[in-house]
Design a protein around this ligand. Structure first.
Ligand code: SF4
Length: 354
């Protein structure tokens, strides 16, 4: 590959910034421990960030924090998709701390303010019934287990129950973007990728298809999903079809000569060094490349631009999950390198955000 490697860009935020662990506290759930820690820190102004799926109780939680601490509580209303997009200073002027719900910290992401992560864990789930469903669904005996942060606590008990059913289970450690072994993050499934040689399939434990889809792009083993609340095993997604769709998108961008390189300013999505290198690769070929900076991207922001295709260095799920909402092809960085002929199309490589 000519020039510096895109994969060499392993830094999620500004170089030299302290990692999040120096400024973060982690809680299983909203409770007395969180309130007493906030009270002890004597904050006057706290910003509360709640992801889309948990907004129902945000007002009462704000009131609880206010009552317990005496601090003013400000709500961030924009949708929050991950620990990667903490509130900016302009969203929370004067705030001294952030309370964020439903996400684990991203250990290698710098934090501008002390941040209190409430992971909203649950240990709900009858592991004997769950293991029975897995067994009846005919999964391979050598299984890698991956879970959303909310359901991680099920894994040790589920391993024992699956072991009793004759399964050999593995839980892998991830890279420095992940806080826990076995953890799934929509942009990083290194807990699974490290196990590929030892297992014949993966079992995702959690709800919805967001993680099974990302996991299926990341590993070349079938991925089943186990909903611990519904006791339901979902058969593997058709990885070949998913990859074919991406290859088609790459093919559509092959004639592109005017590229937009997308960069998010969110602390945990910011890969502007990588964006510069990708833009250089385009210009070395005599093509044009405009770097477009945003925080949260709306497809309407890109309509009407004089560009043929985009490569997104922001959240990889913009291209993979939402790509059809854009009127031009949107590639991930590894896909862009394939479009340039710098890496083979196959095996397909997920844009793991390190
Ligand atoms: S970059 Fe995307 S997938 Fe990763 S944590 Fe952020 S929103 Fe989730």
């Amino acid at each position: 590959m000519a020039g510096p490697s895109v994969e060499a860009d392993k830094v999620s935020g500004p170089e030299g910034a302290p990692p999040s662990s120096s400024r973060s506290s982690v809680y299983r759930e909203v409770g007395p421990e969180l309130f007493s820690d906030l009270r002890a820190a004597k904050y006057r102004r706290i910003v509360l960030q709640v992801p889309a799926g948990l907004t129902r109780n945000f007002a009462s939680l704000g009131e609880e924090i206010r009552t317990a601490t005496g601090a003013q509580v400000v709500h961030v209303t924009r949708a929050c998709f991950g620990a990667c997009d903490p509130p900016s200073p302009s969203e929370a002027p004067g705030a001294q701390a952030i309370v964020t719900l439903g996400h684990a910290p991203i250990p290698n992401m710098p934090l501008a303010l002390p941040t209190y992560f409430v992971e909203m864990r649950t240990s709900e789930g009858d592991v004997q019934r769950l293991a029975g469903s897995v067994s009846r669904a005919g999964l391979p005996r050598r299984l890698g287990l991956v879970a959303s942060v909310q359901h991680l606590e099920l894994l040790p008990r589920l391993e024992v129950a699956l072991g009793a059913q004759g399964f050999e289970t593995h839980v892998g450690g991830g890279d420095r973007r992940l806080a826990y072994p076995g953890q799934a993050l929509g942009c990083n499934y290194t807990t699974a990728q490290g196990l590929e040689g030892e297992v014949d399939g993966f079992l995702f434990v959690g709800t919805g298809l967001f993680h099974p889809l990302g996991l299926a792009f990341s590993v070349e083993r079938p991925v089943w999903a186990l909903d611990p609340l519904q006791v339901d095993v979902t058969p593997p997604l058709d990885r070949e079809k998913m990859v074919q769709k991406r290859l088609l998108t790459i093919a559509k961008s092959m004639d592109a000569r005017r590229w937009g390189v997308l960069v998010s300013s969110f602390a945990g999505q910011d890969r502007r060094a990588m964006a510069s290198r990708l833009a250089e690769k385009a210009t070395e070929r005599g093509w044009s490349a405009e770097v477009l900076i945003f925080d949260r991207l709306d497809p309407r922001d890109l309509t009407g631009r004089d560009l043929d295709a985009y490569v997104s260095t922001a959240c990889p799920r913009i291209a993979l999950d939402d790509g059809s909402s854009y009127d031009r092809p949107v590639l991930t960085p590894p896909e862009f390198l394939s479009a340039l002929g710098e890496r083979p199309l196959l095996p397909y490589r997920f844009d793991t955000f390190h």
